[in-house]
Design a protein around this ligand. Structure first.
Ligand code: OFO
Length: 179
């Protein structure tokens, strides 16, 4: 039975397990960004709320991408259990600080899997993960740009509104930096 027994596959159990851990991390990112979106909405930062909602959807897509890959190479993809998502944040800026830390942690996590794949000579999985490494360069750049906006704009009443307006433009600029 395909859903009970691991199929005969070139995917080692070690790499399968790392990929399943990554599914969980992407799911956690997705829920964290959704919580950030809700927090920003509550504070009246509607552009940032939308920014994190889109980010949350993207992380869910990443989770599914890995999930589908494991299944398509004959492994067992595991639906993750995600708990302890931070719901409250100290300040507007701290939300973006945490987002950048999250992106850096994800980059390091994927790099670690690539390291393990290199040792295992699993070039198929490396090829699959290259898309994620490219994606992380863009996502870190976007998160860093958001923090730069906080550094540039005065952090008070109207300043916060300007920051929120600028956040709406960052995604386009992050993509331009990649071209
Ligand atoms: Fe999954 O892309 Fe960033 O974290």
């Amino acid at each position: 039975m395909k859903n009970k027994v691991r199929m005969r596959t070139s995917l080692s159990e070690e790499i399968e397990s790392l990929l399943n851990d990554q599914i969980k991390k992407e799911a956690k990112s997705s829920f964290l960004y959704l919580a950030m979106s809700a927090w920003c909405e509550r504070q009246g930062f509607v552009n940032s709320a939308r920014f994190f909602e889109i980010q949350s959807d993207e992380e869910r897509q990443h989770m599914k991408r890995i999930f589908n890959h494991i299944s398509s190479v004959g492994g067992n993809a595991i639906t993750p259990e995600v708990v302890n998502i931070q719901q409250e944040f100290e300040s507007f800026r701290s939300v973006f600080d945490i987002a950048l830390d999250q992106e850096i942690a994800i980059t390091l996590s994927i790099s670690n899997i690539v390291d393990k794949c290199t040792l295992a000579k699993d070039y198929t999985t490396i090829n699959f993960l290259n898309w994620f490494l490219t994606e992380q360069v863009e996502e870190e750049a976007i998160a860093r740009r958001c923090l730069e906006i906080f550094d540039i704009v005065d952090h008070q009443g109207l300043g916060f509104l300007m920051i929120d307006r600028e956040i709406a433009l960052v995604r386009g600029k992050g993509s331009e930096q990649q071209q």
